[in-house]
Design a binder for this molecule. Structure first.
Ligand code: ATP
Ligand code: MG
Length: 274
């Protein structure tokens, strides 16, 4: 493989930026961002109709919660939306938090896989001292936007983020979430960044299914979070997101029909609310 010089990297990142911004501007008539075109053009993913609707609602509401059925693309839509925001807005910082570090790394992998899938985004990865800033736990684009993964028990004080992505919220201790992670969102300025041109608007995106703890329910009850259109198991099957045969033999014989009291706890994982 031939060596790529720093000057060549700068040139390709400028070309990449032009392609990234091609579908990043809202439609002048409707004011709607063409998310489906962006994701198809930049990293070859075709969003399903529900994912497009969810992205539009995320544009309108900074704090959202998604508790759709298992395997219906909650994590995928949330992290693809973050990937688009990072690539199209400068100096943003995404922090992904889950009960365990490995789980947040799984989420970060949705973004990193997107970058690897796309020549445009690969050319847009920042380099420091000749090394690409694409690691297992974080990455950074040329526009200064970066993403990192955290575990809820890790020492996270002192970092600053603008977008928070909470995964499997029901498994996290609420006090640590409130006292350690969410305060990182507060800072409205950054060193060396002009506040007139760059806005730091905090957003919190929560996903997770009901697992019997109260954390998710309490967050929803605060009324600060907009609920994204939930996809229940019936809609998931109808739209071809989940396999019908697989669902009918899911553990504890949870059926597509409303559950009996014995199956209630397990069924909560598959229905938006039970
Ligand atoms: N638009 C899409 N096109 C193709 N595949 C997709 C799309 N959206 C999601 N998927 C795939 O569907 C699967 C499930 O998605 P995802 O992991 O986001 O579901 P989930 O709702 O987070 O599941 P869980 O409840 O287990 O966390 C993944 O393998 C993902 O790659
Ligand atoms: Mg998930």
């Amino acid at each position: 493989m031939s060596r790529v010089t720093a000057a060549q990297r700068v040139k390709s990142s400028i070309v990449a930026e032009r392609e990234i911004m091609r579908f990043a501007v809202p439609d002048p008539v409707t004011g709607i961002r063409p998310h489906a075109l962006w994701h198809k053009h930049v990293h070859n993913v075709e969003l399903d109709p529900i994912q497009i609707l969810k992205m539009q609602e995320m544009d309108a509401h900074p704090n959202t919660v998604d508790f759709s059925c298992r395997r219906t693309g909650k994590t995928a839509v949330k992290e693809m939306y973050h990937l688009e925001m990072l690539a199209t807005t400068p100096h943003q910082e995404l922090g992904i938090v889950a009960p365990r570090m490995q789980q947040s790394q799984n989420n970060l992998n949705y973004l990193i896989d997107g970058v690897r899938r796309s020549e445009i985004l690969t050319a847009y990865i920042a380099h420091k001292q000749g090394r690409p800033q694409l690691r297992d736990t974080s990455f950074q684009f040329v526009n200064g936007s970066k993403a990192s993964a955290y575990g809820i028990m890790s020492q996270i004080d002192g970092d600053s983020i603008t977008m928070a992505s909470l995964e499997e919220t029901d498994d996290m201790p609420q006090d640590r979430l409130m006292s350690r992670f969410l305060p990182m969102l507060g800072a409205a300025r950054r060193l060396g960044v002009d506040r007139k041109t760059t806005e730091f608007k905090p957003s919190i995106r929560i996903s997770g299914v009901y697992k019997g703890a109260d954390v998710l329910q309490r967050l929803i009850d605060t009324g600060e979070y907009h609920t994204l259109p939930p996809v229940d198991v019936h809609l998931g099957v109808a739209l071809g997101m989940v396999d019908h045969m697989c669902i009918s033999v899911w553990p504890l014989r949870v059926t597509i029909c409303p559950p009996s009291s014995r199956g209630l706890r397990a069924a909560r994982r598959f229905l938006p609310s039970a």
